[in-house]
Ligand binder design. Structure first.
Ligand code: FAD
Length: 470
Protein backbone atom coordinates (compact mmCIF):
# COMPACT_ATOMS: atom_id res chain seq x y z
CA UNK A 1 0.00 0.00 0.00
CA UNK A 2 3.02 2.29 0.25
CA UNK A 3 2.96 2.76 -3.49
CA UNK A 4 5.18 -0.01 -4.78
CA UNK A 5 3.06 -0.01 -7.94
CA UNK A 6 4.04 2.67 -10.40
CA UNK A 7 2.35 6.00 -9.91
CA UNK A 8 1.62 8.57 -12.58
CA UNK A 9 2.37 11.31 -10.06
CA UNK A 10 4.33 11.31 -6.79
CA UNK A 11 4.21 14.48 -4.70
CA UNK A 12 6.87 15.09 -2.05
CA UNK A 13 5.35 17.38 0.59
CA UNK A 14 1.75 17.66 1.74
CA UNK A 15 1.47 21.45 2.13
CA UNK A 16 -0.99 23.65 0.21
CA UNK A 17 1.09 23.16 -2.94
CA UNK A 18 1.54 19.42 -2.58
CA UNK A 19 -1.83 18.32 -1.29
CA UNK A 20 -3.73 20.39 -3.87
CA UNK A 21 -1.51 18.98 -6.64
CA UNK A 22 -2.17 15.45 -5.36
CA UNK A 23 -5.95 15.87 -5.18
CA UNK A 24 -6.14 17.58 -8.57
CA UNK A 25 -3.93 14.89 -10.15
CA UNK A 26 -6.21 12.17 -8.79
CA UNK A 27 -9.26 14.08 -10.03
CA UNK A 28 -7.67 14.12 -13.49
CA UNK A 29 -7.47 10.32 -13.35
CA UNK A 30 -3.77 10.02 -12.52
CA UNK A 31 -2.58 7.43 -10.03
CA UNK A 32 -1.12 9.58 -7.25
CA UNK A 33 0.92 9.22 -4.06
CA UNK A 34 1.74 12.04 -1.66
CA UNK A 35 4.68 11.73 0.76
CA UNK A 36 4.71 13.89 3.90
CA UNK A 37 7.19 13.71 6.78
CA UNK A 38 5.31 15.85 9.32
CA UNK A 39 2.76 13.23 10.27
CA UNK A 40 0.00 15.66 9.33
CA UNK A 41 -1.12 17.18 6.05
CA UNK A 42 -1.45 20.89 5.30
CA UNK A 43 2.23 21.83 5.48
CA UNK A 44 3.59 24.98 7.06
CA UNK A 45 0.40 26.86 6.25
CA UNK A 46 -2.04 24.69 8.10
CA UNK A 47 0.18 23.41 10.93
CA UNK A 48 2.41 26.35 11.85
CA UNK A 49 1.49 29.22 9.51
CA UNK A 50 -1.63 30.74 7.98
CA UNK A 51 -4.24 28.91 10.02
CA UNK A 52 -2.91 28.96 13.60
CA UNK A 53 -1.84 32.59 13.14
CA UNK A 54 -5.30 33.58 11.96
CA UNK A 55 -6.87 31.71 14.87
CA UNK A 56 -4.74 33.66 17.37
CA UNK A 57 -5.24 36.92 15.48
CA UNK A 58 -8.99 36.48 15.77
CA UNK A 59 -8.97 35.48 19.44
CA UNK A 60 -6.62 38.30 20.45
CA UNK A 61 -8.70 40.77 18.43
CA UNK A 62 -11.82 39.68 20.30
CA UNK A 63 -10.09 40.28 23.63
CA UNK A 64 -8.79 43.66 22.48
CA UNK A 65 -12.24 44.70 21.26
CA UNK A 66 -13.85 43.54 24.48
CA UNK A 67 -11.36 45.53 26.48
CA UNK A 68 -11.23 48.70 24.40
CA UNK A 69 -14.27 48.95 22.12
CA UNK A 70 -17.29 47.13 23.52
CA UNK A 71 -18.15 49.86 26.04
CA UNK A 72 -18.59 52.48 23.32
CA UNK A 73 -21.09 50.11 21.68
CA UNK A 74 -23.00 49.91 24.95
CA UNK A 75 -21.77 46.45 25.88
CA UNK A 76 -20.43 46.49 29.43
CA UNK A 77 -19.09 43.88 31.81
CA UNK A 78 -17.03 44.06 34.96
CA UNK A 79 -13.85 42.37 33.83
CA UNK A 80 -12.28 40.61 30.90
CA UNK A 81 -9.23 38.40 30.97
CA UNK A 82 -7.12 36.19 28.76
CA UNK A 83 -7.18 32.43 29.28
CA UNK A 84 -4.10 31.58 27.24
CA UNK A 85 -4.43 27.77 27.38
CA UNK A 86 -8.03 28.08 26.13
CA UNK A 87 -6.93 30.46 23.37
CA UNK A 88 -4.22 27.99 22.31
CA UNK A 89 -6.71 25.14 22.60
CA UNK A 90 -9.13 26.71 20.13
CA UNK A 91 -6.22 27.28 17.72
CA UNK A 92 -5.07 23.66 18.06
CA UNK A 93 -8.60 22.39 17.51
CA UNK A 94 -8.92 24.40 14.30
CA UNK A 95 -5.61 23.00 13.05
CA UNK A 96 -6.34 19.36 13.86
CA UNK A 97 -9.86 19.50 12.40
CA UNK A 98 -8.51 20.93 9.16
CA UNK A 99 -5.56 18.51 8.85
CA UNK A 100 -7.91 15.57 9.33
CA UNK A 101 -10.16 17.15 6.72
CA UNK A 102 -7.38 16.93 4.13
CA UNK A 103 -6.78 13.27 5.02
CA UNK A 104 -10.48 12.76 4.32
CA UNK A 105 -10.11 14.49 0.95
CA UNK A 106 -7.18 12.20 0.12
CA UNK A 107 -9.35 9.16 0.85
CA UNK A 108 -12.28 10.54 -1.10
CA UNK A 109 -10.08 11.21 -4.14
CA UNK A 110 -8.02 8.01 -3.74
CA UNK A 111 -4.70 9.72 -3.20
CA UNK A 112 -2.23 7.29 -1.63
CA UNK A 113 -0.72 8.92 1.49
CA UNK A 114 2.74 7.86 2.70
CA UNK A 115 3.94 9.29 6.01
CA UNK A 116 7.69 9.66 5.91
CA UNK A 117 10.81 11.46 4.68
CA UNK A 118 11.23 11.30 0.92
CA UNK A 119 14.54 11.31 -0.90
CA UNK A 120 15.32 10.93 -4.61
CA UNK A 121 17.04 7.74 -5.70
CA UNK A 122 16.53 8.51 -9.39
CA UNK A 123 14.30 10.93 -11.32
CA UNK A 124 11.49 8.38 -11.06
CA UNK A 125 12.11 6.82 -7.65
CA UNK A 126 11.79 8.22 -4.15
CA UNK A 127 12.98 6.26 -1.16
CA UNK A 128 10.96 6.94 1.95
CA UNK A 129 11.94 6.43 5.54
CA UNK A 130 8.49 6.07 7.01
CA UNK A 131 7.48 7.49 10.38
CA UNK A 132 7.23 3.89 11.56
CA UNK A 133 10.93 3.48 10.76
CA UNK A 134 10.60 1.37 7.62
CA UNK A 135 12.15 1.96 4.24
CA UNK A 136 10.19 1.82 1.03
CA UNK A 137 10.61 3.02 -2.53
CA UNK A 138 7.84 4.95 -4.26
CA UNK A 139 8.02 5.04 -8.05
CA UNK A 140 6.38 7.57 -10.33
CA UNK A 141 6.50 8.82 -13.92
CA UNK A 142 6.29 12.41 -12.70
CA UNK A 143 7.63 13.57 -9.36
CA UNK A 144 6.62 16.92 -7.93
CA UNK A 145 8.82 18.55 -5.29
CA UNK A 146 6.56 20.53 -2.94
CA UNK A 147 8.80 20.63 0.13
CA UNK A 148 8.10 24.28 0.96
CA UNK A 149 10.22 26.56 3.08
CA UNK A 150 11.74 26.98 6.49
CA UNK A 151 12.66 29.86 8.81
CA UNK A 152 15.64 31.85 7.56
CA UNK A 153 18.29 31.65 10.27
CA UNK A 154 19.93 34.82 11.54
CA UNK A 155 23.72 34.56 11.84
CA UNK A 156 24.74 34.20 15.48
CA UNK A 157 21.19 33.72 16.75
CA UNK A 158 20.19 30.26 17.96
CA UNK A 159 16.47 29.57 17.98
CA UNK A 160 15.46 27.55 21.07
CA UNK A 161 11.69 28.01 20.52
CA UNK A 162 11.37 29.18 24.13
CA UNK A 163 13.08 32.53 24.60
CA UNK A 164 14.31 32.93 21.05
CA UNK A 165 11.53 31.72 18.84
CA UNK A 166 10.62 31.35 15.20
CA UNK A 167 7.02 31.91 14.13
CA UNK A 168 6.39 28.30 15.19
CA UNK A 169 7.39 29.04 18.79
CA UNK A 170 5.57 32.39 18.71
CA UNK A 171 2.35 30.49 17.91
CA UNK A 172 2.69 28.37 21.05
CA UNK A 173 4.14 30.49 23.87
CA UNK A 174 3.12 29.25 27.31
CA UNK A 175 3.02 32.73 28.85
CA UNK A 176 2.40 36.22 27.58
CA UNK A 177 5.85 37.84 27.37
CA UNK A 178 6.09 41.23 29.05
CA UNK A 179 8.51 42.40 26.41
CA UNK A 180 8.58 40.91 22.93
CA UNK A 181 11.18 41.95 20.38
CA UNK A 182 10.38 41.02 16.80
CA UNK A 183 13.29 40.88 14.36
CA UNK A 184 11.96 41.61 10.87
CA UNK A 185 8.99 43.79 9.94
CA UNK A 186 7.50 41.49 7.31
CA UNK A 187 3.90 40.35 7.53
CA UNK A 188 4.69 37.38 9.79
CA UNK A 189 6.45 39.59 12.36
CA UNK A 190 3.67 42.17 12.30
CA UNK A 191 0.92 39.55 12.61
CA UNK A 192 2.59 37.75 15.52
CA UNK A 193 3.54 41.09 17.10
CA UNK A 194 -0.14 42.09 16.89
CA UNK A 195 -1.30 38.88 18.55
CA UNK A 196 0.92 39.30 21.62
CA UNK A 197 0.64 43.09 21.69
CA UNK A 198 -3.15 42.89 21.91
CA UNK A 199 -3.05 40.59 24.90
CA UNK A 200 -0.49 42.56 26.83
CA UNK A 201 3.07 42.33 25.49
CA UNK A 202 5.13 45.42 24.91
CA UNK A 203 6.21 44.87 21.30
CA UNK A 204 9.27 46.36 19.59
CA UNK A 205 9.92 45.53 15.96
CA UNK A 206 13.52 45.80 14.75
CA UNK A 207 13.97 46.09 10.99
CA UNK A 208 17.18 46.38 8.99
CA UNK A 209 15.51 48.16 6.06
CA UNK A 210 14.06 51.66 6.16
CA UNK A 211 10.47 50.43 5.78
CA UNK A 212 8.10 47.79 7.09
CA UNK A 213 6.66 45.25 4.57
CA UNK A 214 8.82 46.16 1.55
CA UNK A 215 6.31 44.95 -1.07
CA UNK A 216 3.59 47.34 0.08
CA UNK A 217 2.47 50.54 -1.68
CA UNK A 218 4.34 53.38 0.05
CA UNK A 219 1.32 55.54 0.87
CA UNK A 220 -0.60 52.62 2.33
CA UNK A 221 2.47 51.50 4.25
CA UNK A 222 2.81 54.90 5.94
CA UNK A 223 -0.80 54.82 7.16
CA UNK A 224 -0.43 51.18 8.16
CA UNK A 225 2.66 51.86 10.26
CA UNK A 226 0.92 54.78 11.94
CA UNK A 227 -2.02 52.56 12.78
CA UNK A 228 0.23 49.88 14.30
CA UNK A 229 2.05 52.55 16.30
CA UNK A 230 -1.26 53.84 17.61
CA UNK A 231 -1.93 50.30 18.83
CA UNK A 232 1.31 50.46 20.81
CA UNK A 233 3.75 48.69 18.49
CA UNK A 234 7.19 50.31 18.49
CA UNK A 235 9.46 50.31 15.46
CA UNK A 236 13.22 50.50 15.20
CA UNK A 237 13.82 50.80 11.48
CA UNK A 238 17.23 51.04 9.79
CA UNK A 239 18.44 48.93 12.68
CA UNK A 240 20.67 45.90 12.67
CA UNK A 241 20.78 43.20 15.32
CA UNK A 242 24.42 42.69 16.27
CA UNK A 243 24.03 40.02 18.93
CA UNK A 244 21.41 38.22 20.97
CA UNK A 245 22.28 36.84 24.39
CA UNK A 246 19.81 34.58 26.18
CA UNK A 247 22.16 33.24 28.84
CA UNK A 248 20.63 35.36 31.61
CA UNK A 249 17.05 35.62 32.79
CA UNK A 250 15.65 37.36 29.76
CA UNK A 251 17.26 38.15 26.42
CA UNK A 252 19.67 41.01 25.72
CA UNK A 253 19.96 42.30 22.18
CA UNK A 254 22.68 44.60 20.95
CA UNK A 255 21.57 46.70 17.99
CA UNK A 256 23.15 49.39 15.85
CA UNK A 257 22.11 51.53 12.88
CA UNK A 258 22.06 49.46 9.65
CA UNK A 259 24.80 51.64 8.21
CA UNK A 260 26.92 51.25 11.33
CA UNK A 261 27.26 53.53 14.34
CA UNK A 262 26.60 53.60 18.04
CA UNK A 263 25.39 50.37 19.61
CA UNK A 264 22.49 50.23 22.05
CA UNK A 265 20.89 47.37 23.96
CA UNK A 266 17.32 46.13 24.04
CA UNK A 267 15.84 43.80 26.61
CA UNK A 268 13.18 41.22 25.98
CA UNK A 269 11.53 38.22 27.56
CA UNK A 270 11.04 36.65 24.15
CA UNK A 271 12.63 37.40 20.78
CA UNK A 272 10.86 36.40 17.57
CA UNK A 273 13.13 35.84 14.58
CA UNK A 274 11.03 36.57 11.50
CA UNK A 275 13.54 37.81 8.98
CA UNK A 276 12.28 35.76 6.05
CA UNK A 277 11.98 32.19 4.88
CA UNK A 278 14.22 30.00 2.76
CA UNK A 279 13.35 27.11 0.42
CA UNK A 280 13.55 23.71 2.09
CA UNK A 281 15.33 21.02 0.11
CA UNK A 282 17.62 19.48 2.74
CA UNK A 283 18.18 15.75 2.35
CA UNK A 284 16.18 15.48 -0.89
CA UNK A 285 19.15 14.48 -3.00
CA UNK A 286 18.51 17.12 -5.67
CA UNK A 287 22.21 17.80 -6.21
CA UNK A 288 22.88 14.17 -7.06
CA UNK A 289 20.11 14.31 -9.65
CA UNK A 290 21.55 17.52 -11.09
CA UNK A 291 18.42 19.61 -10.50
CA UNK A 292 19.21 23.25 -11.19
CA UNK A 293 18.76 25.71 -8.33
CA UNK A 294 19.40 29.43 -7.92
CA UNK A 295 21.75 31.12 -5.42
CA UNK A 296 19.24 31.01 -2.57
CA UNK A 297 18.43 27.35 -3.18
CA UNK A 298 15.14 27.69 -5.04
CA UNK A 299 14.48 25.06 -7.71
CA UNK A 300 14.41 26.58 -11.18
CA UNK A 301 11.42 25.54 -13.30
CA UNK A 302 9.87 26.52 -16.62
CA UNK A 303 6.27 27.67 -17.18
CA UNK A 304 5.19 24.03 -16.90
CA UNK A 305 6.84 23.75 -13.46
CA UNK A 306 9.33 21.28 -14.94
CA UNK A 307 12.93 21.37 -13.70
CA UNK A 308 15.90 20.71 -15.99
CA UNK A 309 15.68 17.00 -15.07
CA UNK A 310 12.95 15.26 -17.11
CA UNK A 311 10.14 13.97 -14.89
CA UNK A 312 11.02 16.21 -11.94
CA UNK A 313 8.78 19.21 -11.22
CA UNK A 314 8.60 21.76 -8.40
CA UNK A 315 5.90 24.07 -6.99
CA UNK A 316 5.18 26.44 -4.11
CA UNK A 317 7.65 28.01 -1.70
CA UNK A 318 10.51 25.91 -3.05
CA UNK A 319 10.48 27.76 -6.41
CA UNK A 320 10.69 31.52 -7.18
CA UNK A 321 7.58 33.70 -6.80
CA UNK A 322 5.55 34.98 -3.85
CA UNK A 323 5.92 32.62 -0.86
CA UNK A 324 2.20 32.32 -0.20
CA UNK A 325 -0.16 29.42 0.30
CA UNK A 326 -2.60 30.39 -2.47
CA UNK A 327 0.28 30.80 -4.93
CA UNK A 328 1.52 27.31 -4.00
CA UNK A 329 -1.99 25.95 -4.63
CA UNK A 330 -2.20 27.62 -8.04
CA UNK A 331 1.23 26.20 -8.92
CA UNK A 332 0.14 22.70 -7.91
CA UNK A 333 -3.08 22.88 -9.88
CA UNK A 334 -1.40 24.13 -13.06
CA UNK A 335 1.55 21.73 -12.76
CA UNK A 336 -0.64 18.62 -12.78
CA UNK A 337 -2.83 20.03 -15.54
CA UNK A 338 0.31 20.17 -17.69
CA UNK A 339 1.27 16.64 -16.62
CA UNK A 340 -2.22 15.46 -17.64
CA UNK A 341 -1.72 17.00 -21.08
CA UNK A 342 -3.94 20.00 -20.39
CA UNK A 343 -3.01 23.64 -20.11
CA UNK A 344 -2.44 25.43 -16.82
CA UNK A 345 -1.56 29.01 -16.11
CA UNK A 346 -0.47 31.04 -13.09
CA UNK A 347 0.12 34.79 -13.34
CA UNK A 348 2.28 35.87 -10.41
CA UNK A 349 1.35 39.51 -11.08
CA UNK A 350 -2.19 38.71 -10.00
CA UNK A 351 -1.49 36.96 -6.73
CA UNK A 352 -3.10 38.97 -3.92
CA UNK A 353 -1.15 39.63 -0.74
CA UNK A 354 -2.78 40.16 2.63
CA UNK A 355 -1.47 41.20 6.04
CA UNK A 356 -4.01 39.96 8.58
CA UNK A 357 -3.53 42.60 11.25
CA UNK A 358 -6.27 45.02 12.26
CA UNK A 359 -6.88 46.85 10.02
CA UNK A 360 -5.85 44.35 7.35
CA UNK A 361 -3.86 45.40 4.33
CA UNK A 362 -4.59 43.67 1.03
CA UNK A 363 -3.25 44.36 -2.40
CA UNK A 364 -3.07 43.05 -5.92
CA UNK A 365 -1.14 44.24 -8.96
CA UNK A 366 1.29 47.11 -9.01
CA UNK A 367 2.14 49.63 -6.31
CA UNK A 368 2.38 53.32 -7.20
CA UNK A 369 6.17 53.05 -6.93
CA UNK A 370 6.21 50.18 -9.45
CA UNK A 371 3.91 52.03 -11.85
CA UNK A 372 6.21 55.07 -11.69
CA UNK A 373 9.26 52.92 -12.36
CA UNK A 374 7.53 51.45 -15.41
CA UNK A 375 7.02 54.98 -16.72
CA UNK A 376 3.31 54.37 -17.33
CA UNK A 377 0.94 57.36 -17.33
CA UNK A 378 -1.57 56.65 -14.61
CA UNK A 379 -4.45 57.95 -12.52
CA UNK A 380 -5.05 57.34 -8.81
CA UNK A 381 -8.46 57.06 -7.18
CA UNK A 382 -8.79 56.91 -3.41
CA UNK A 383 -11.64 56.59 -0.96
CA UNK A 384 -11.32 56.64 2.83
CA UNK A 385 -13.41 54.31 4.99
CA UNK A 386 -14.24 57.35 7.14
CA UNK A 387 -16.72 58.21 4.37
CA UNK A 388 -18.09 54.66 4.10
CA UNK A 389 -21.44 54.27 5.84
CA UNK A 390 -21.01 50.66 6.94
CA UNK A 391 -17.57 51.35 8.43
CA UNK A 392 -19.04 54.30 10.35
CA UNK A 393 -22.06 52.26 11.45
CA UNK A 394 -19.82 49.70 13.09
CA UNK A 395 -17.31 52.32 14.24
CA UNK A 396 -14.38 50.64 12.50
CA UNK A 397 -13.51 53.15 9.82
CA UNK A 398 -9.73 53.20 9.61
CA UNK A 399 -8.09 52.93 6.21
CA UNK A 400 -8.72 53.51 2.54
CA UNK A 401 -9.00 52.01 -0.94
CA UNK A 402 -6.46 53.11 -3.52
CA UNK A 403 -6.79 52.23 -7.20
CA UNK A 404 -4.16 52.77 -9.87
CA UNK A 405 -5.30 52.75 -13.49
CA UNK A 406 -3.60 53.41 -16.78
CA UNK A 407 -4.44 56.98 -17.83
CA UNK A 408 -5.28 56.38 -21.47
CA UNK A 409 -7.22 53.08 -21.27
CA UNK A 410 -8.39 53.29 -17.63
CA UNK A 411 -7.26 49.67 -17.26
CA UNK A 412 -6.65 48.80 -13.61
CA UNK A 413 -3.00 48.30 -12.72
CA UNK A 414 -3.16 47.81 -8.97
CA UNK A 415 -5.53 47.97 -6.02
CA UNK A 416 -4.54 48.49 -2.38
CA UNK A 417 -6.91 48.30 0.55
CA UNK A 418 -6.38 48.98 4.23
CA UNK A 419 -9.47 48.19 6.27
CA UNK A 420 -11.00 45.59 8.52
CA UNK A 421 -11.67 42.64 6.21
CA UNK A 422 -9.49 44.00 3.40
CA UNK A 423 -8.45 40.40 2.73
CA UNK A 424 -12.02 39.63 1.69
CA UNK A 425 -12.63 42.91 -0.14
CA UNK A 426 -9.59 42.50 -2.39
CA UNK A 427 -11.03 39.67 -4.49
CA UNK A 428 -13.33 41.92 -6.45
CA UNK A 429 -10.17 43.75 -7.50
CA UNK A 430 -8.31 40.49 -8.25
CA UNK A 431 -11.13 39.44 -10.55
CA UNK A 432 -11.19 42.89 -12.17
CA UNK A 433 -7.46 42.71 -12.82
CA UNK A 434 -7.72 39.14 -14.13
CA UNK A 435 -10.38 40.21 -16.61
CA UNK A 436 -8.51 43.35 -17.64
CA UNK A 437 -11.26 45.58 -16.26
CA UNK A 438 -11.18 49.37 -16.14
CA UNK A 439 -11.95 51.46 -13.07
CA UNK A 440 -15.15 52.46 -14.85
CA UNK A 441 -16.16 48.77 -15.00
CA UNK A 442 -15.99 48.57 -11.19
CA UNK A 443 -17.70 51.93 -10.75
CA UNK A 444 -20.63 50.88 -12.95
CA UNK A 445 -21.08 47.59 -11.12
CA UNK A 446 -23.92 47.70 -8.59
CA UNK A 447 -22.61 47.24 -5.02
CA UNK A 448 -24.90 46.38 -2.11
CA UNK A 449 -25.52 49.07 0.48
CA UNK A 450 -24.36 49.40 3.19
CA UNK A 451 -21.15 47.44 2.66
CA UNK A 452 -17.45 48.13 2.91
CA UNK A 453 -17.24 47.02 -0.72
CA UNK A 454 -18.88 50.29 -1.69
CA UNK A 455 -15.55 51.96 -0.88
CA UNK A 456 -14.12 50.10 -3.88
CA UNK A 457 -16.85 51.40 -6.13
CA UNK A 458 -16.26 54.93 -4.85
CA UNK A 459 -12.49 54.65 -5.28
CA UNK A 460 -13.13 53.45 -8.84
CA UNK A 461 -15.42 56.45 -9.43
CA UNK A 462 -12.65 58.65 -8.05
CA UNK A 463 -10.19 57.10 -10.50
CA UNK A 464 -11.93 57.96 -13.76
CA UNK A 465 -14.49 60.56 -12.61
CA UNK A 466 -15.68 61.84 -9.21
CA UNK A 467 -16.80 59.97 -6.09
CA UNK A 468 -20.28 60.66 -4.67
CA UNK A 469 -19.73 60.41 -0.95
CA UNK A 470 -16.71 62.62 -0.41
P1 FAD B 1 4.80 23.94 2.95
O1 FAD B 1 3.50 24.41 3.36
O2 FAD B 1 6.01 24.42 3.60
O3 FAD B 1 4.73 22.38 2.87
C1 FAD B 1 5.83 21.58 2.58
C2 FAD B 1 5.66 20.25 3.28
O4 FAD B 1 6.63 19.35 2.78
C3 FAD B 1 5.88 20.32 4.78
O5 FAD B 1 4.76 19.83 5.46
C4 FAD B 1 7.10 19.45 5.02
O6 FAD B 1 7.01 18.70 6.22
C5 FAD B 1 7.09 18.53 3.82
N1 FAD B 1 8.40 18.02 3.43
C6 FAD B 1 9.54 18.74 3.23
N2 FAD B 1 10.54 17.94 2.83
C7 FAD B 1 10.04 16.69 2.78
C8 FAD B 1 10.58 15.43 2.43
N3 FAD B 1 11.84 15.31 2.02
N4 FAD B 1 9.78 14.34 2.50
C9 FAD B 1 8.48 14.46 2.89
N5 FAD B 1 7.92 15.63 3.22
C10 FAD B 1 8.68 16.73 3.16
N6 FAD B 1 0.69 32.24 3.42
C11 FAD B 1 -0.49 32.75 3.04
O7 FAD B 1 -0.83 32.68 1.87
N7 FAD B 1 -1.33 33.34 3.95
C12 FAD B 1 -1.01 33.45 5.25
O8 FAD B 1 -1.80 33.98 6.04
C13 FAD B 1 0.23 32.93 5.69
N8 FAD B 1 0.59 33.01 6.98
C14 FAD B 1 1.76 32.46 7.37
C15 FAD B 1 2.12 32.56 8.70
C16 FAD B 1 3.30 32.01 9.15
C17 FAD B 1 3.65 32.10 10.61
C18 FAD B 1 4.15 31.32 8.22
C19 FAD B 1 5.42 30.68 8.67
C20 FAD B 1 3.81 31.24 6.90
C21 FAD B 1 2.62 31.81 6.45
N9 FAD B 1 2.25 31.76 5.11
C22 FAD B 1 1.06 32.31 4.72
C23 FAD B 1 3.11 31.15 4.07
C24 FAD B 1 2.61 29.75 3.72
O9 FAD B 1 2.61 28.98 4.89
C25 FAD B 1 3.49 29.12 2.66
O10 FAD B 1 3.59 29.97 1.55
C26 FAD B 1 2.91 27.80 2.19
O11 FAD B 1 2.76 26.91 3.27
C27 FAD B 1 3.77 27.16 1.10
O12 FAD B 1 3.21 25.95 0.71
P2 FAD B 1 4.09 24.75 0.16
O13 FAD B 1 3.13 23.66 -0.13
O14 FAD B 1 4.96 25.24 -0.92
O15 FAD B 1 5.06 24.34 1.34
Amino acid sequence: SSGSDDNDVVVIGGGPGGYVAAIKAAQLGLKTTCIEKRGALGGTCLNVGCIPSKALLHSSHMYHEAKHSFASHGVKFSSVEVDLPAMMGQKDKAVSTLTRGIEGLFKKNKVNYVKGYGKFVSPSEVSVETLEGENTVVKGKHIIVATGSDVKPLPGVTIDEKKIVSSTGALALKEIPKKLVVIGAGYIGLEMGSVWGRIGSEVTVVEFASDIVPTMDGEIRKQFQRSLEKQGMKFKLNTKVVSVDSSGNGVKLVVEPSTGGEQTTLEADVVLVSAGRVPFTAGLGLEKLGVEMDKVGRILVNERFASNVPGVYAIGDVIPGPMLAHKAEEDGFACVEFIAGKHGHVDYDMVPGVVYTHPEVASVGKTEEQVKTLGVQYRVGKFPFLANSRAKAIDDAEGLVKILAEKESDKILGVHIMSPNAGELIHEAVLALQYGASSEDIARTCHAHPTMSEALKEAALATFDKPIHI
